[in-house]
Ligand binder design. Structure first.
Ligand SMILES: [Zn+2]
Length: 138
């Protein structure tokens, strides 16, 4: 999906993309795990696999050493998928460890489906990173 900087941000926070997740996609540090969660959702929606890689914890189960193969994996998930909606259910903040529960609505082949995940975020060298997640039925 391609959008203009003045379009509403896909993460649904209510601001324009240029004042919301784009700031983080361009390198500004996220203030907390919820902002990271939102900006990763938007990166999936806008096909920015590099951002997904850059915000994944190297000790987590999703880390891959080969960025080319990793991008291919990400795109096999995002190609033909529309990221319709993000709902943040809960944010449990912490100094070095945070949890965010959310429900994502995807559309693929004309069919909508929702899935929920409770994600774990860890701080590494003063940056929040996605570590792992446990899925749940919304
Ligand atoms: Zn956003």
């Amino acid at each position: 999906m391609k959008i203009s900087p003045n379009d509403p941000c896909p993460c649904g926070r209510g601001d324009k993309y240029k004042r919301c997740c784009r700031l983080y996609h361009e390198g500004r540090p996220v203030p907390d795990a919820e902002a990271l969660m939102r900006s990763r959702f938007t990166a999936y929606a806008l096909d920015l696999p590099r951002y997904i890689r850059a915000t994944t914890h190297p000790d987590g189960p999703h880390w891959k050493d080969d960025p080319v193969a990793w991008d291919r994996d990400i795109r096999s998930f995002t190609d033909g998928t529309f990221f319709r909606h993000l709902e943040i259910r809960e944010h449990l903040p912490g100094d070095t460890e945070s949890y965010v529960s959310f429900v994502v609505t995807l559309e693929k082949g004309g069919r909508r489906q929702g899935f929920g995940e409770k994600s774990r975020f860890l701080k590494l060298e003063d940056r929040w990173l996605y570590h792992s997640g446990t899925s749940f039925r919304p």
